[in-house]
Design a protein around this ligand. Structure first.
Ligand code: 16G
Length: 244
């Protein structure tokens, strides 16, 4: 225990400082998935704080899905849900998670309307200077971070990212622009320090990088997505057929 990690002079309440410190121990791998957290009493002594402070810090991380409690067994570092994702159907994250009984949610990393970059203009078939809505989101399942996703949609289709409070695909369908077809590229990579900290996994954790381009039924581009999926949380399943 590093009681110097907490400071009574900080404007941040002690329980939040402790929660932040425990989070760091999880994200740098000191506390691994399924490791038991030391007993409340030991944490309180080790960090020189009250048991109430420990309880509040632990509860905050339970609420965030980083820890889970098993009655009479203790508190453990939570595993991300493991998802088997077929690659044959054009579905969105929210519907994928719901169909597995997991509750989808998102945290905004940023949202902007801006002129398309040259790359975005080329991919989305836009004139230079045309506007796009950019939605950069952390996607979670039952509060566990699963993927980081940057979706870019022409602003004449989605004029304002603020229209999206839950599922992007639901909003696009509601606006009369249902995704009809998509091309997807999967590649393996290592997460950068920033990506790892957003996904709350140790730096250098393997990930799947997925790019998706979706199209409308008339063939016009609808979205361009770049995402980083946790390698430990996903298996992608493909059906193979004999070609004749
Ligand atoms: C999926 C799609 C992404 C799409 C999102 C919509 C992949 C690799 N990506 O994550 O392209 O924007 O679903 O999800 O599958 P939503 O409807 O929950 O916002």
């Amino acid at each position: 225990f590093d009681s110097a990690a907490l400071s009574a002079d900080s404007p941040l309440p002690l329980y939040m400082q402790l929660a932040r410190h425990l989070k760091r121990l999880i994200s740098d791998g000191t506390l691994a998935v399924e490791d038991a957290l030391p007993a409340e009493r030991d944490l309180a002594e080790g960090f020189a704080v009250s048991r109430v402070t420990v309880r509040k810090a632990v509860q905050a991380l339970v609420d965030e899905g980083l820890l889970h409690q098993r009655p009479r067994a203790g508190t453990f570092v939570a595993k991300a849900p493991h998802v088997e994702q077929p690659l044959s159907a054009l579905t969105g994250f929210s519907e994928d998670m719901r169909s597995r009984g997991l509750e989808p949610s998102s945290r905004w990393l940023s949202r902007t309307v801006a002129s398309a970059s040259p790359e975005e203009a080329m991919v989305l078939g836009l004139a230079l200077g045309e506007k796009v809505s950019r939605l950069w989101r952390l996607r979670l399942a039952d509060e566990a971070p699963m993927a980081i996703e940057l979706s870019v949609v022409p602003a004449r289709i989605l004029p304002d990212p603020l229209l999206v409070t839950g599922s992007l695909y639901d909003v696009l369908r509601g606006l009369g622009y249902p995704p009809y077809r998509a091309l997807q590229r999967l590649s393996a990579g290592l997460l950068t320090t920033d990506q790892a900290s957003i996904l709350q996994v140790p730096e250098g954790t393997p990930a799947l990088f997925i790019e998706r381009r979706s199209f409308l039924e008339n063939g016009r581009p609808l979205e361009f997505v770049r995402s980083q999926y946790r390698g430990d949380a996903y298996d992608f399943i493909v059906e193979l057929n004999l070609t004749t």
